[in-house]
Design a protein around this ligand. Structure first.
Ligand SMILES: O=C(O)c1ccccc1NCC(=O)[C@H](O)[C@H](O)COP(=O)(O)O
Length: 262
């Protein structure tokens, strides 16, 4: 079983348990449930384009940084003028939690993406209840019907949808899905190999009108300058910031350098 299959097998159990403990009606009673979302896609188009990620550890890198608190990281990213913040909420493989999402929400005004392995509408309700503005759907782990259904559920609650693909088949499966952003993952989630060539290769197949996001393995502004030539406007960056003692300062330096190139 590859890592992605393991993550999904665990996620199915986790979601079933949560559903038996916390009813949807309780999530819908959250004070954040009626909050109006801020569009991540719009923020990308009008700002730096950087989606800076809060990521303590990962299957590919093990521990990245366990010593920081999410409030400082989120504030730092906002101060750096990131277009949005991605908060990993998976506990077992990434060391994240829904509480991280809640603390990030309480700390910043910019859009927040709930970075999670979404398999069930319940998690979308959770995302809204904990203050997310956008959700991630990963094409490789969902059928076309599931993608359409979950994207519509998120849109119904006012959230943006970032639909992640890794190859042409996944992209074709995604074309009927109501997504605001299509993210090309440069990391093969089965082998962990990373190459921004993947974003370049798939760029021409992404329809106009959808914000193009390049995800993973981005560690310098030269890569971004290159990806912009392929129509990318959003750039999801985790490890490059989180491996430092001060991710906000690292993001600020990065975004300042990026601006100086425009
Ligand atoms: O990062 C991993 O090792 C990973 C493994 C299996 C599934 C997902 C994984 N990462 C999620 C992401 O998409 C990244 O956290 C995100 O794109 C940022 O990537 P990076 O800048 O390389 O930290």
């Amino acid at each position: 079983m590859n890592i992605l299959d393991k993550i999904i097998a665990d996620k199915i159990k986790e979601v079933e348990l949560k559903k038996s403990l916390i009813p949807v009606s309780q999530l819908e009673n959250s004070v954040l449930f009626d909050r109006k979302c801020i569009s991540l896609a719009e923020s990308i188009k009008t700002g730096s384009g950087i989606i800076a990620e809060h990521k303590r550890r990962s299957p590919s890198k093990s521990v990245i940084n366990q010593n920081l608190n999410v409030h400082d990281v989120a504030k730092g990213y906002e101060n750096a003028e990131a277009s949005g913040i991605s908060v990993l909420t998976d506990g077992k493989y990434f060391g994240g939690s829904l509480e991280d999402l809640l603390y990030a929400r309480a700390s910043v005004q910019i859009p927040i993406l709930r970075k999670e392995f979404m398999i069930d509408e319940y998690q979308i309700t959770e995302a809204k209840a904990y203050g997310a503005d956008a959700i991630l759907l990963i094409a490789s782990v969902l059928t076309q019907e599931q993608l359409i259904y979950l994207a519509d559920a998120a849109k119904y609650l006012g959230m943006d949808v970032l639909l992640e693909v890794h190859n042409q088949d996944e992209l074709e499966k995604s074309l009927r899905v109501n997504a605001d952003m299509i993210g090309v993952n440069n990391r093969n989630l089965k082998t962990f190999e990373v190459s921004i060539d993947n974003s370049k290769k798939l760029s021409k197949l992404i329809p106009d009108g959808v914000v193009k996001v390049s995800e993973s393995g981005i560690s310098n502004t030269a890569a971004i300058a290159e990806l912009k030539n392929y129509g990318y406007e959003g750039f999801l960056i985790g490890e490059n910031f989180m491996k430092t003692d001060n991710p906000g300062a690292a993001a600020k330096e990065f975004i300042t350098e990026l601006k100086s190139k425009v």
